[in-house]
Design a protein around this ligand. Structure first.
Ligand code: IPM
Ligand code: MG
Length: 349
């Protein structure tokens, strides 16, 4: 048997602990069925830790995380800690420090799930976003004074090139071989003009991929009006953030959508999380949809070379959704997190 996969588990805040507990139960079962050993270590970092100590994570947190093969994160944020404080003391430092420059977010309508877009089925909504995740609008640089504030978006040639290359390579492996680049070079005349230039350069390395640039506003509309024309979407940090909430919504629910923060070179651990937030309004009620976290767990297994276990998880999730029940309230049902988790577990060996 190969060595145990070491996973740092960060349940975080709000519904994070509920969905991560569900995800771990499913991951453990699938891994055991395939002879994969998971060594999970849980850390109670987040807003409670902040209230106790003034920090979301201890000072040596990043050094400790560096020794793991992957990070499994729930959600971060609570109404009594300002979001820009909690996020900038936990999620964003992890993404940046471990150079997780690809945020991979599938946006696919699964069989058995209804899209809010009338008349659209799974054949017409099957996209994946490759979001730049290390720089751009989320550089953190800027300043504020009595007159106002400046927020500095930092785009490097290298930063654009590597994420765009990742997106083209992914498009090249998918059947439709289509790529859409989200830009806004009509208004953002420095960064997005550079973005467009780099996209055109990288495109030459992938002659089999058909690609087009869309201004991000028009692309958002296109996702709603013509989702069947979209396959891989590559965008900056902010654009990708917005487009992936939209993509998750048209795919049925934010509660279903997973995301992977990847360091493709595997020099550092990658981090896997549902794309939804901590949802304080439903925290503790036991009704959060665990499927986003469970699917993020499948991406984690796949990344760690446990493809067979990952396929078991996605197969069980798809079968549960296709069966039509049980469903949590975000999908129009009345089931609990535990009901859905049990249903998925019952479809695993
Ligand atoms: C996401 C979230 C985060 C982001 C927030 C919490 C900073 O919205 O993962 O999409 O914008 O990256
Ligand atoms: Mg977001």
């Amino acid at each position: 048997m190969s060595a145990a996969r070491r996973i740092a588990v960060l349940p975080g805040d709000g519904i994070g602990p509920e969905v991560i507990a569900a995800g771990l139960a499913v991951l453990r079962r699938a891994a055991a069925a395939c002879g994969v050993e998971l060594a999970c270590e849980e850390f109670d970092w987040g807003c409670d830790h902040h209230v106790r100590t003034g920090r979301m994570m201890p000072a040596d947190a990043l050094e400790r995380l560096a020794g793991f093969d992957a990070i499994y994160l729930g959600a971060v944020g609570r109404p009594d800690v300002p979001d820009h404080v909690s996020i900038w003391d936990m999620i964003l430092p992890i993404r940046q420090r471990f150079d997780q420059y690809v945020n991979l977010r599938p946006m696919a309508l699964l069989p058995g799930v209804a899209s809010p877009l009338a008349g659209r089925g799974p054949a017409e909504i099957d996209m994946v976003c490759v979001r730049e995740n290390s720089e751009g609008e989320y550089s953190g640089r800027g300043s504020r004074d009595e007159d106002g504030a400046r927020e500095e978006a930092v785009f490097t040639r290298r930063g654009i090139r590597r994420v765009v290359r990742h997106a083209f390579a992914l498009a090249d492996r998918r059947p439709r071989r289509l790529l859409a680049s989200a830009t806004k070079s009509n208004a953002l005349r420095h960064s997005m003009v550079l973005w467009d230039e780099v996209v055109a350069e990288v495109a030459r390395e992938f002659p089999r991929v058909s690609w087009r640039s869309y201004h991000v506003d028009a692309l958002a509309a296109r996702m709603v009006t013509h989702p069947q024309t979209l396959d891989v979407i590559v965008g900056s940090n902010l654009f990708g953030d917005i487009l992936t909430d939209l993509g998750a919504a048209i795919s049925g629910s934010l509660g279903l959508a997973p995301g992977a923060n990847l360091n493709p070179e595997r020099v550092h651990p990658s981090m896997f999380e549902p794309i939804h937030g901590s949802a304080p309004d439903i925290a503790g009620k036991g009704i959060a949809n665990p499927i986003g976290a469970i699917q993020a767990g499948a991406m984690l297994l796949d990344h760690l070379g446990a493809a067979e276990a990952a396929a078991l998880v996605t197969g069980a999730v798809h079968a549960t959704l296709a069966a039509g029940a049980p469903r949590t309230p975000d999908l129009g049902g009345a089931a609990t997190t535990a009901d859905v988790t049990q249903a998925i577990l019952s479809r695993l060996p």
